[in-house]
Design a protein around this ligand. Structure first.
Ligand code: CA
Length: 225
């Protein structure tokens, strides 16, 4: 899942990027509201962590522009101010949640999971298909109750397939979702990861869940669903 962080305080920006990356997200970060709009206009993000007091355009302006252009990407606003009027203004402008600085990273992490769940109208942290299950709170993958160990990259790709189950995703969509803007990845790399995932997820089971759709991409699906 790909997240944009817009925060002008260098330290906070750095810490957010590092900790969210450790949480398994693909993270792009920027320092001004103007940059944030540029990123949002050229990439599909799963969520945005948006500071209110930003140079260029402030968080409210970015949010307003975003919603007016019809983008419904979930937004978590960050603010140093705790006044009720700002909270109301942010939520009225279309923010999904609001966090006042200083905050615990664990709280930000939990709130982010919450708005990501809302986006896919999904309750809980668990995604499943057939006997395959991913619990995103503890980053655990199981099939028929048996734990499957995956590298961070394999995990991200499998989660992307699972969140889009029954929908064919292209290699480009996988690349866009998994890698940040600084990384130049050929789609062959995705094929290599899919081979590894098949070995770990499908090989020991009668029912295969990962399908190749020739000329298009991949789909994860199950007869049982
Ligand atoms: Ca700021």
């Amino acid at each position: 899942m790909r997240i944009l962080v817009a925060e002008d305080e260098q330290n906070m920006n750095y810490v957010l990027k590092r900790r969210l990356t450790n949480d398994g997200y693909t993270v792009d970060s920027c320092f001004t509201g103007t940059e944030a709009m540029d990123y949002l206009n050229c990439t599909a993000y799963d969520a945005v962590v948006l500071d209110i007091m930003l140079p260029g355009k402030d968080g409210f302006e970015v949010l307003k522009e975003l919603r007016e252009s019809g983008q419904d990407v979930p937004v978590l606003l960050l603010s140093a101010k705790s006044e009720a009027k700002d909270i109301v203004k942010g939520l009225d402008a279309g923010a999904d949640d609001y966090l006042t600085k200083p905050f615990d990273f664990s709280e930000l992490s939990a709130r982010l999971r919450l708005i990501l769940r809302k986006k896919v109208e999904h309750r809980g942290n668990i995604y499943s298909c057939g006997g395959l299950q991913i619990d995103t709170a503890i980053r655990q993958v199981t099939r028929d109750g048996k734990i499957i160990r995956l590298s961070p990259r394999e995990y991200s790709i499998l989660l992307f397939l699972l969140r889009n189950k029954d929908i064919v995703v292209t290699r480009e969509q996988i690349v866009d979702n998994i890698y940040n803007i600084d990384q130049d990845i050929s789609s062959n790399v995705i094929d290599a990861y899919i081979r590894l995932l098949r070995k770990k997820v499908d090989r020991d089971f009668d029912e295969k869940l990962i399908y190749t759709i020739r000329g298009m991409g991949y789909v994860l699906k199950s007869e049982e669903s």
